[in-house]
Design a binder for this molecule. Sequence first.
Ligand code: 5GP
Length: 178
Amino acid sequence: MSIIHVHDKSFQPYLTAEMIKTRIKEIAADINKDYAGKRPVFIAILNGSFIFAADLFKELTVDVEVCFIKLASYKGTRSTGQVITAIGLDTDIFGRDVVVIEDIVDTGKTLSEFLPQLHHQQPSSLKIVTLLHKPEATVFPIPIDYLGFAIPNEFVVGYGLDYDGLGRNIPAIYKLAE
Ligand code: 5GP
């Protein structure tokens, strides 16, 4: 893998497709064990998590449901600090085992605003799975139950993550080149 260009910026290789695939299998194994005999409903947060959600879902062997919501707080390479709900939740989660699927937890703002809305609907349990987490960027601490990779506080693209709309189709993850 070598340097790639998305819009006006250069990105360098960071996590290969193979590393991501291997880690997803491990996370799925944990989820399959933890939810054996249950029927959890996964809530994938669009847009960024769509590829991770699909790949994770294919590795799940327990009975699972999925639905999607759309939240956004990013413009360019900076969080706008405003979390907008563009598509809301259409599934009744009262008394359900719920797992939220995120692509990346950065400041934690998105989930800190969204999770109380879910708790309000009284699921019987609520867990978080995220492919990436930037611990150094934490402003709103979020309990992460299943984590793919902890990464430094750097902007990444690929594997569903975009830079101004582009780069989501790149099969690996790249970080902003110095
Ligand atoms: P938070 O609300 O935790 O600050 O940010 C969460 C959202 O910001 C993620 O779901 C993702 O859409 C976006 N985000 C955070 N860090 C990055 C990054 O490094 N690259 C990209 N492409 N999006 C990011």
